[in-house]
Design a protein around this ligand. Structure first.
Ligand code: NOJ
Length: 751
């Protein structure tokens, strides 16, 4: 097989790509049924802008075109590449003056003056860190992601950054995978809703605006399927799972107008994403009609050699460009080999033009030709009071009350003394979690610690801090002092979990227990017999059956960002009533992974009373805390489930589902009403439940409201193993409630 054929012919991992394409096309063509947007439905770019792109393209030499395909990650390389006329963009260089200086060379000293695009990983904040994306998913309120994105975009763009490498939208069933922190958890619908909110928050209606940036949907695709949760690892995935589980957030982001997409490091059924013509060319650019550009993830093109898809750099470039990677980050295989590959007819002029056209289009849309420079006076070097207030509010909204016996929480503001114990009780930058942007390190203001947050919340109380142990050490020598502090206080807040470096890229863990001796520290505090609560600071689900059995209350605070200590105190003292829900299941033990709510039933669903069913001998079935779980300081009742009809026409039908939610407790609070569907009989077995609607509502004590959801054929259909979207006749079960264990149910027929 020639290199030219390689990305195309084997990209679906042995599945006949023509058949698959026919399926994709069929999904669209079968009138009225929803499937991937047809290529024909590609959003019409503004013709004037397209004309400018074509006019510029017409003036470019081959070398200038190839230059546009190169992205580099430091100033020195950027200057050298600019001098050689081979540069399209720069990332990870910050500072308005530095960026303007580079831009000046591109605009004023190259033949055509094409501006550079400046990228950066602005993941959950530029200078103002918001909670990590997984935490944001727990808010079950996409507006939270919109707030982060809008604040971040404003700070970044005013500082000269045009393009962020976010949102990350990799659905995963793997809590061992460190990058679970960067996405929205285990559900494709939830992830899609957050991804869209984030894309809109970054880009607004027009990302040429001085406070908006171009977004990048990443990592395309199925990166969250890494075997064993080990980062960068192999992904072997069926077409139905690819389309039903991993692709929906990307499809939704393309429909929301995302400017760019980043390829993922993994293979997809034997073909690395960077050489995978099926996912990039056929699905993303073809079926979804994506018109922006695809950037490699770092040296992802070069890595095709180690993957074993390419023999050398030229081979790698010959695989990646036709597959659909338009811009090469860091490695330089396009720059070095494209001319030769063209002469050898291993790539085509059209392929180069298409890549350049896409990059230029985004540069035009960014308004870089009109305004290549940033006003250095507007550079944002530190969070504003408004941004900090937004971060604090968002952080509290993301917290999940896992358990609250007694109830011990909220703590009384009249408390006389509080002992803060645990290695994360005085943590600063660890509260930012992974990808802390410019808000971490020398010269920045550290996040508010939990102990300082508590001191500010109860200025009249005596507040002590005793670490007890480190986050991952084995020394228990500090336990005695921690116990002493607990004995001396009215209540102890034990803050345990993970440091920032324990999640994120290249931060897989083989166990996801509390690291080090932190669990023993909790046990030592329990031993004192004094009241205590546990606050978790972490970037992934943890296996915490011990805490569940022994701690009176557990507040999941995640990595809450720069205002973390204040936000945690807001929740602990009831200024904010927690309303977050888990966007991911919490396993009981690592050996149970993957454990996720949207699983298939098997022919022998788990039954504790029957041996030959799908379960472990040594563990109860199901997770410790299910997807969608989260408590409040008040209580809610959901009832009155009603459907507007008994049938949903497969072509263009709609059905309304509504239910009443009542705050039955004594405090104002938030509840997330969740709607799940199940298709009990289908040609591809369906998940036991899948989320298709959620709404977070705030209700005064005693108040109630009606929440309605509209279902369309989109909500009941699924992709089959030819990537065809099917809406099949038959019964659909509806479940509405306050977690994925909802029991209130009804049903309708798809006709
Ligand atoms: C590698 C990461 O996988 C990706 O998410 C990030 O955007 C790039 N590096 C650039 O920093």
């Amino acid at each position: 097989m020639s290199q030219q054929e390689r990305p195309g012919s084997s990209a679906t991992g042995g599945v006949n790509r023509r058949l698959v394409l026919a399926g994709l096309a069929g999904g669209v063509a079968s009138a009225g049924l929803t499937g991937p947007s047809a290529a024909a439905a590609a959003p019409a770019g503004r013709p004037e802008r397209d004309r400018r792109v074509e006019a510029l393209l017409g003036k470019m030499t081959l070398a200038e075109k190839i230059g546009q395909l190169q992205l580099v990650g430091d100033e020195t390389t950027a200057r050298a590449a600019l001098a050689a006329g081979r540069l399209g963009g720069v990332f990870s260089v910050v500072g308005a003056a530095k960026l303007n200086a580079l831009q000046r060379i591109a605009v004023e000293r190259t033949r055509l003056g094409i501006p550079l695009v400046f990228g950066l990983d602005v993941i959950h904040g530029y200078t103002t860190n918001f909670p990590i994306p997984l935490a944001q998913g727990a808010s079950f309120d996409p507006a939270v992601a919109g707030t982060d994105a809008a604040v971040s975009a404003g700070e970044a763009r005013r500082s000269g950054i045009h393009w962020t490498y976010a949102p990350m939208m990799d659905v995963t069933h793997e809590p061992r995978w460190g990058r679970i922190a960067e996405g929205y958890g285990e559900d494709p619908y939830l992830a899609a809703r957050f991804a869209v909110a984030k894309v809109r928050g970054y880009q607004g209606d027009d990302y040429s605006a001085p406070d908006r940036v171009a977004a990048c949907a990443k990592h395309f695709v199925a990166y969250g399927g890494a075997e064993g949760g080990r980062d960068y690892n192999t992904v072997d995935v069926s077409l139905q799972r690819l389309h039903n589980l991993y692709l929906p957030p990307f499809k939704a982001s393309v429909e929301a107008g995302v400017a760019t997409v980043m390829a993922s490091f993994n293979t997809i059924s034997g073909v690395p994403a960077h050489g995978n013509g099926y996912v990039l060319h056929d699905v993303l650019k073809g079926a979804y009609g994506f018109r922006g550009f695809v950037v490699s993830d770092y040296t992802g093109i070069e890595e095709l050699i180690l993957h074993g898809l390419a023999g050398d750099g030229a081979d790698a470039a010959a695989a990646a460009l036709p597959a659909g990677v338009d811009m090469e980050m860091v490695s330089t295989n396009y720059a070095r080999f494209a001319e030769r590959l063209l002469a050898e007819r291993r790539i085509t002029r059209d392929q180069i033009d298409d890549a350049v056209r896409r990059i230029l289009l985004v540069k035009f849309r960014l308004g870089l030709f009109e305004r290549p420079y940033v006003d250095e006076a507007t550079e944002v070097k530190a969070p504003s009071p408004a941004a900090l207030a937004a971060s604090r509010q968002v952080a509290a909204r993301c917290m999940v009350l896992l358990k609250n016996d007694g109830p011990v929480l909220p703590l009384a503001k009249t408390v006389g003394s509080v002992a803060v114990v645990g290695p994360l009780g005085a943590a600063t930058y660890d509260l930012n979690g992974t990808w802390a942007g410019l808000g971490t390190g020398a010269g920045t203001t550290p996040p508010v610690t939990v102990v300082d947050g508590i001191k500010a919340a109860v200025p009249g109380a005596a507040v002590s801090y005793t670490p007890g142990c480190t986050a991952d050490g084995t020394d228990t020598g500090g336990f005695a002092a921690a116990q002493q502090a607990a004995r001396a206080a009215d209540v102890t807040v034990v803050v345990v979990g993970e440091t920032a470096a324990m999640s994120g890229e290249a931060a897989a863990r083989s166990t996801i227990d509390l690291p080090g001796v932190q669990q023993q520290l909790v046990a030592a505090i329990k031993e004192t017999g004094k009241p205590f609560v546990v606050v978790l600071v972490n970037g992934r689900p943890l296996t915490i059956p011990y805490l569940h059995e022994n701690a009176p209350a557990i507040l999941e605070a995640w990595a809450p960002g720069v205002q973390g200590g204040h936000a945690i105190a807001d929740v602990l003292f009831g200024v904010v009533n927690p309303g977050g829900k888990l966007p991911v299941s919490f396993p009981r033990a690592v050996g149970q992974i993957p454990v996720y709510y949207n699983h298939e039933n098997t022919g022998r669903p788990a039954d504790p009373a029957s041996k030959y069913t799908s379960k472990y001998l040594d563990l109860p079935s199901g997770p410790l805390y299910e997807f969608g779980h989260g408590l409040s300081y008040t209580t809610f009742r959901v009832d009155g489930l009603r459907l507007s009809g008994t049938s949903l026409p497969a072509r263009g039908g709609r059905i309304e589902v509504s239910a009443t939610v009542t705050n039955t407790g004594g405090r104002d609070g938030d509840e997330v009403v969740q709607l799940y569907l199940r298709d009990p009989v289908a040609t591809i077995v369906q998940p036991v439940r899948r989320l298709r609607g959620f709404r977070r509502v705030t209700l005064a004590a005693g108040a109630s409201t009606t929440v309605s959801f509209t279902l369309t054929p989109d909500d009941v259909g699924f992709y089959d193993n030819t990537a065809r979207f099917r809406v099949e006749p038959g019964k659909i079960e509806v479940y509405v409630g306050t977690s994925s264990a909802a029991t209130l149910s009804a049903s309708f027929m798809v006709v």
